[in-house]
Design a protein around this ligand. Structure first.
Ligand code: SF4
Length: 471
């Protein structure tokens, strides 16, 4: 183990005062709000239209390359399989032990990569992929033979040696030093571990038993030096989490010293994700307890040198994400916070999302049968999409500023979009005043600053500017 937190005494957390919690609860009831901060995309996926198809996807890519041939891009690849079901999971994934099923999916994915290559060639475009992210599901369940072939396929559309970031989501139960070095030999330089909680009692309640020793064994200096960044996903709101158990989890996290931490709240929706019913609802912390857990993590991480990025992400002060925050170049998308090297994302694989130019969002089919049928028919597997107009684009920028920086500078938006903020957002001003009255934000002549209390209601602040989800 290296870096932050080592040799330091465990920090004394400022315990959330009863008054703070009462105030948060009072406002939560008033705004009917569950503390869950979203706005990954604007407008929200639920209003994207199923009228979009392969043709729109091809046109959007054509526009992208005719506007700017060397525009930096991110490629996201979704591998939606896991060998076991974690009960809290909200990802798009299928549990299977049938590796032949995984292989047949990969064959379709290779065809999708070929289709992209054919399209790029037809536009005489050499796409400037700067980052590739492999997510799921569990991409680490691929055997070396398939992984080798997969990387060769990726090389047909991307220059892996030139990537700033090549990341993979890693299941700690499926890894070893040898495996991490193998990934590195394939060009992977960033690892994201699904940790969630280190407490055995909590791990049993969510069907994901993985002792911290698994990570201690692999995250040694000789391995770490090969990777420019290591991320841990940690959850709050899981069954059986208590302030005491959670302090230990955060303490272990700090000792293991990841460069970035995504502090994700359990999104409990058992009607949609049926397997969540396998968690005992009575063991899930209530909203007050969840707030305490979140505060404990924030206070411990910040007092150990981590910089808070947006509502729920943290990075070491030396990490390039913290630098991007200082330089105001951070972006927020379906992969969390990124350094802003690119805006356009091409997603491949079932359920993946794409953002192409300022104007288009697309999402691929979730059901494997639909995804596979579409690609086999030589069509990009578009399930739904959205074409943003100029108002959507302005609102998205406002929401992103608030979501990332908890503040908004009116002059910046006015200069960027040639509008007069007060006039353009006349209706929204009244709602902002109400939020200011509740101490959620402060208004000045030239902007909005969200208060510490208001950070818990950032979803609500963003919603003021949401044309499709007015309060
Ligand atoms: S390993 Fe990840 S994607 Fe798979 S079930 Fe668990 S949380 Fe979901």
């Amino acid at each position: 183990m290296t870096g932050l937190g080592q040799n330091k005494p465990a920090p004394r957390e400022k315990v959330l005062s009863k008054m703070d919690i009462n105030l948060i609860n009072k406002l939560r009831k008033k705004y009917n709000h569950n503390l869950y901060a979203m706005y990954v995309e604007y407008p929200h996926k639920s209003i994207w239209s199923k009228d979009f198809s392969d043709t729109h996807f091809r046109t959007a890519l054509k526009n992208l390359f005719s506007d700017k041939k060397d525009t930096p891009l991110l490629l996201y690849v979704h591998i939606p399989f896991c060998s076991r079901q974690c009960f809290y999971c909200t990802c798009h994934t299928f549990v299977t032990r049938d590796y032949e099923r995984v292989k047949s999916y990969m064959n379709v994915l290779y065809r999708e990569i070929d289709m992209l290559k054919e399209l790029f060639d037809s536009y005489s475009a050499a796409p400037n992929f700067r980052e590739i992210h492999l997510g799921g599901g569990s991409p680490t369940l691929l055997h070396e033979k398939e992984f080798d072939f997969f990387i060769e396929k990726l090389k047909s559309i991307a220059d892996i040696k030139k990537l700033s970031e090549f990341a993979i989501e890693v299941d700690p139960r499926e890894t070893s030093k040898e495996k991490l070095l193998y990934y590195n030999s394939k060009g992977i330089n960033r690892l994201s571990f699904g940790v969630q909680d280190f407490d055995l009692n909590v791990q049993k309640a969510v069907n994901r038993v993985q002792p911290p020793e698994l990570l201690e064994k692999v995250l040694t200096p000789d391995i770490r030096k090969h990777f420019r960044s290591i991320n841990f996903d940690i959850m709050w709101g899981l069954p059986r989490q208590t302030p005491e158990s959670y302090k230990k989890t955060i303490d272990t996290t700090i000792k293991l010293s990841p460069d970035r931490i995504s502090l994700l709240m359990l999104h409990y929706a058992p009607d949609v994700k049926k397997h969540q019913k396998l968690m005992k609802q009575s063991e899930i912390p209530d909203v007050t307890e969840k707030t305490k857990l979140f505060q404990i993590a924030c206070q411990m991480l910040e007092s150990n040198g981590y910089v808070r990025i947006g509502f729920e992400h943290f990075a070491k002060a030396t990490d390039e994400l913290a630098t991007a925050l200082k330089n105001k170049t951070v972006h927020w998308n379906s992969l969390g916070y990124t350094t802003g090297r690119y805006l356009d994302i091409i997603g491949i694989g079932s359920g993946s999302s794409s953002r192409i130019t300022d104007n288009y969002y697309f999402q691929s089919h979730y059901p494997l049968a639909d995804y596979e049928a579409s690609v086999s028919d030589n069509k990009f597997p578009v399930y739904r999409g959205y074409n943003l107009n100029s108002d959507d684009i302005i609102r998205r920028e406002v929401i992103h500023n608030l979501r990332i920086y908890f503040s908004l500078n009116y002059s910046k938006i006015e200069a960027q979009y040639n509008i007069e903020f007060g006039k353009y957002f006349k209706t929204e001003t009244a709602s902002l005043k109400n939020l200011a009255g509740d101490g959620i934000l402060e208004l000045s002549e030239n902007g909005i600053t969200v208060t510490e209390l208001g950070k818990y209601f950032i979803f609500h602040v963003c919603r003021v500017f949401d044309n499709f989800n007015k309060q």
